[in-house]
Design a protein around this ligand. Structure first.
Ligand code: MG
Length: 203
């Protein structure tokens, strides 16, 4: 399986990163070795001094698809979860400066902790899902899918023009504003609609 992450999908986050709003979805990949499940601790990597949290809703693909039209995209996922797109911001800044790929900053081992997945039928409106991240009990990021620049369906359709989606693939759908550093000892807890769905420690 693979993990596909959307960048700059919330306007306020693009603004805080001093980047332009994208005209079409921006995406990058993480390997399966990035996944951490079951609230297992995340070990702070020694190659970064500035590791950032990016809380994101995550879609789980339920069947293979290529060139999916937006109006059919909803048939390709039925579970939604929450995860962290950990980013070595110091390394990413250097990559951006030199025009190099972001993998070192984004795709490292453990860079994609994911929580429990929920059937999408549990949500009254997929275009109004609230989620947030607490660090040590304090809320640091809040998001709502009504603020997505590219909806779940548009994202699935766009990615599938380039890359065949397969069962079990995960799509990180972008982070809202409020990204910031984490440190050893922090407890990260992510919520969908005020229900805790991911909770782990940085070691
Ligand atoms: Mg992200």
């Amino acid at each position: 399986m693979k993990i596909i992450c959307i960048g700059r999908n919330y306007a306020e986050h693009a603004k805080e990163m001093n980047t332009a709003l994208p005209a079409e979805p921006v995406f990058f990949l993480k390997p399966d070795t990035a996944i951490i499940k079951d609230n297992i601790p995340f070990y702070y990597p020694d190659f970064s001094k500035e590791l950032h949290h990016e809380v994101e809703l995550v879609l789980k693909i339920n069947k293979p698809g290529k060139n999916i039209e937006p109006q059919f995209a909803h048939k390709y996922y039925d579970e939604i979860g929450i995860g962290i797109d950990f980013t070595a911001r110091d390394i990413q800044a250097k990559c951006k400066e030199k025009g190099l790929p972001w993998e070192k900053a984004k795709a490292f081992d453990g860079s994609a902790p994911i929580g429990q997945f929920l059937n999408k039928k549990m949500f009254a409106d997929l275009n109004e899902i609230r989620f947030h991240l607490n660090i040590n009990g304090k809320t640091v990021q809040t998001g709502n899918t009504k603020d997505l620049l590219f909806s779940f369906d548009k994202v699935i359709s766009y990615i599938s023009k380039f890359i065949t989606l397969k069962t079990g693939d995960l799509i990180f759908t972008g982070t809202p504003e409020g990204v910031g550093s984490v440190k050893i000892g922090d407890q990260l807890e992510a919520f969908i609609e005020n229900q805790s769905r991911l909770n782990f420690e940085i070691k």
